[in-house]
Design a protein around this ligand. Sequence first.
Ligand code: IPE
Ligand code: IPE
Ligand code: MG
Length: 250
Amino acid sequence: MGDSKSGVVAEDTKNLETSEESQTALPRHVAIVMDGNGRWAKRRGLPRVIGHQAGMKALERTIDNAKDLGVRYLSVYAFSTENWKRARSEVQGLMGLFRYYLKGKIQQMHRRGARVRFVGLMNAFQDDILETVRSAEDLTRDNTDIDVIFCVNYGGRQEILDAVSSLMRSNHDGPVTEDVLRKHLYAPDIPDPDLLIRTGGELRISNFWLWEGAYSEFYFSDLLWPDFDRAELERALHSYAGRNRRYGTA
Ligand code: IPE
Ligand code: IPE
Ligand code: MG
C-alpha cells in the first residue's frame, strides 16, 4: 500500500473522529490477535524469539497510536492457553520478554495515562512475574486515557469454564441468564470488543474472546505483527466505520 493511499485513509479516519457520528464510528474497544512474529523472524533467517522482540516494539507503537486515535480499550492476545505446546526454548524466550516488558515498560505506560490489566490464568506464572503484574495494576488503576488489557495464558474456552465454576461456587439462585454468567468472566466491566483485528493472514479466532466477541466486527490483516503500523490501524478503524452492525435485526 503506497503512502499516498494511507494518507487518504488517515485523513478520512481523522474526519470520522471529529465528526458528529464519531461516537459510533470509532470502536470503543479494539482487540488484537498479534500474530506473525515467528514468520517475520523466519523470513529474515532469525530465531523466533527475535520476532517476538520486534512484536513488542509493534505493541508499544500500537498502544500510542490507539490512544492517539481515541480508542478507549485496547486488548491484546499475547499468549494463549495453547501456546505452552511450543518448544521449551520459545516459551522460555517469551517469559523472558514478558518479564522485561513488565519491569521496563510499565512506568512508561503509567506516564502515558494507560491503565494496564492482565486477563488469563495468571497463577501459571512465577511469583516475581505475578508480583509485578499486581503492582502494575495497582499503580495504573486510576489512569483513564486508555485501558490496555494484556491477555496472557488466556483461552476463551477456559474463561467460560472458569466463569461456570465461579458461578457454581457462588450459590446463585434463579435462572442463569447471560448477565448472570457475564459477571463471572475475567473482566466483566470491560465492554465487549467492537473491532477484532488479526494480523498474520490467518482467518481464525484461535480461542480469543469467545464470549465477548460474539458480535465483534473482524478485520484481517496480511501484515505480520512486527510490521503493523499506524496506517494499518487507521485502515482497520476506517473499515469498521463503514460497517452496519445489526445484532440479528433486519
Ligand atoms: C504470535 O506470533 C505471538 C504468539 C503466539 C506468542 P506467532 O509466534 O504465532 O508467529 P507465527 O504465526 O508463527 O508467524
Ligand atoms: C494466537 O496465535 C495466539 C496469540 C497471538 C497469542 P497462534 O499463532 O497461537 O494461533 P494459531 O496456532 O495459528 O491458531
Ligand atoms: Mg501464529
